[in-house]
Design a protein around this ligand. Structure first.
Ligand code: UDX
Length: 447
């Protein structure tokens, strides 16, 4: 099969990584976006999103002549495959998905589609949306356009690695011929041994939701066990290790934290639960995961107040804002409810995040965003760790004792060894582990 030209519609977190990676893998790719400014930024090497290695990858792909970007929809006439990578955000708190960007993209591409082009859903699309796209295209073009599904499983901060070394390639299509044309985009990974699962459109769409809901449930589960471990004096690290030795459970995604966030788990669990209710098959487990994660923000706020004491008027250092390390993304970040609660309780917060400070500032009025960890820690009454950046892992007990007014650390990412922190003079509170206080310690009295 000869190489076919791919157009990627949407150059955001998913579209830009997908376009650049597929070009780097030998495909001819056109990245299309309606946002002139975004296309101009990308063309001058200024990436609109933070993703390690993306700038270099895009530059290399453009230099190779395999990748170009445009706002001109007529470029679609040379595309054999058209991948939809536009945003599908939540439409509201009930979990319905806002598909306005999808329908707008379909209206844009319909008059420009090449003969025999295939339209592929790369964005996370509610089950059945592929069929609806085919119907819309039929109405708009009078032709029967093949629509397929090829969901992504990219983690922010590791998206390029996840794309280049995927665990699997999922394709939903109505015919082997369509599936084969999409598989050909991934010939390099398939040759390297990546398994491919070709299935129906609906199955492919549900695989994406089921995968994210399962992972979110795994996170919510270990968070719940972590709270129980703390209550009974057990160690969550041992529990994660102990259950993770069972290959049916697996040892990944068992790290307790302040709750899952990001652009996917919160949105996709809500969307799956919503779709299931609509189909008359409500998901008790996924709904419980959603509730447990929503409740975690307040649970963490109470934990912080129990550890520090009344926070009104206190200067607190916040290390980490992004929903996880490796990204500047603040979408549904656990820091948001926790810091809003501390601000409402009268705390004075100085926050530092290596990448997300500028993104977070407008979301948290009253929060002072500073440029270094030292500026956040300086003379603060306590420190709170919210994101697992390596820069924070590298801090030592002496760093905290030297810089903080009171050596109290509440670590919601379990970055440090409790004994080392206590022996170093830090009053250390973490998740699923008993609080560690310095030997022969006096309770730290605040104010
Ligand atoms: C996720 C899926 O992993 C990815 O396959 C899908 O395509 C998009 O959604 P992402 O949202 O980038 O990726 O982040 P991920 O690394 O999965 O973490 C999700 C959330 O769970 C983060 O808030 C993270 O802090 C939290 N998490 C993850 C934990 O609290 N503990 C863990 O052990 C793992």
């Amino acid at each position: 099969m000869q190489n076919e030209t791919l157009a990627v519609i949407g150059t955001g977190y998913v579209g830009l990584v997908t376009a650049a990676c597929l070009a780097d893998l030998g495909n001819q790719v056109i990245g299309i976006d309606r946002d002139h400014n975004k296309i101009a930024r990308i063309m001058r090497g200024d990436m609109p999103i933070y993703e390690p290695g993306l700038g270099e990858l895009v530059a290399r792909a453009i230099a190779s002549g395999r990748l170009r970007f445009t706002t001109d929809l007529s470029a679609l006439r040379s595309a054999d495959l058209v991948m939809l990578a536009v945003g599908t955000p939540s439409a509201g708190v009930d979990g319905a998905v806002d598909l306005s960007q999808v329908w707008s993209a379909i209206d844009d591409i319909a008059p420009n589609l090449a003969q025999d082009a295939i339209v592929i859903g790369k964005s996370t699309l509610p089950i059945g949306t592929g069929r609806k796209i085919a119907q819309r295209l039929q109405q708009l073009t009078g032709c029967s356009i093949q629509v397929a599904s090829n969901p992504e499983f990219l983690r922010e901060g590791q998206a390029i690695g996840d794309f280049m070394q995927p665990d699997r390639i999922i394709i939903g299509a109505d015919s082997p011929g369509v599936s084969a044309r999409i598989e050909n985009l991934y010939r390099a990974q398939i040759t390297a041994g990546t398994p491919v699962l070709s299935t129906t459109l609906e199955s492919s769409e549900l695989i994406k939701y089921a995968a994210n809901a399962f992972l979110a449930t795994k996170v919510a589960f270990i968070n719940e066990i972590s709270d129980l471990a703390e209550a009974v004096g057990a160690d969550i690290g041992a529990i994660s290790a102990g259950i993770g030795m069972d290959p049916r459970i697996g040892n990944r995604f068992l790290q307790p934290g302040p709750g899952y966030g990001g652009s996917c788990f919160p949105k996709d669990t809500l969307a799956l639960a919503y779709a299931a209710r609509e189909m008359g098959q409500p998901t008790q487990i996924v709904e419980a995961t959603i509730r447990a994660n929503l409740a975690r923000g307040d649970k963490m706020l109470q934990k912080i107040i129990r550890a520090i004491g009344p926070v009104a008027g206190k200067n607190l250092a916040v290390l980490g804002l992004a929903f996880k390390a490796g990204t500047d993304d603040m979408r549904d970040a656990p820091a948001l409810p926790i810091l809003r609660g501390l601000l409402a309780a009268g705390a004075k917060l100085r926050a530092y995040d290596p990448k997300a400070g500028a993104v977070a500032a407008p979301l948290l009025p009253g929060l002072a965003v500073v440029d270094t960890a030292a500026q956040a820690l300086g003379n603060a009454d306590a420190a709170i760790i919210l994101t697992e950046w390596q820069e924070f892992r590298d801090l030592t007990p002496a760093d905290f004792v030297r810089q903080l007014q009171y050596p109290v650390v509440v670590d919601l990412r379990n970055l440090y060894a409790p004994a080392a922190m206590a022996n170093g003079g830090v009053h250390y509170h973490s998740l699923g582990r008993t609080p560690c206080l310095p030997p022969a310690t006096k309770a730290v009295r605040h104010g």
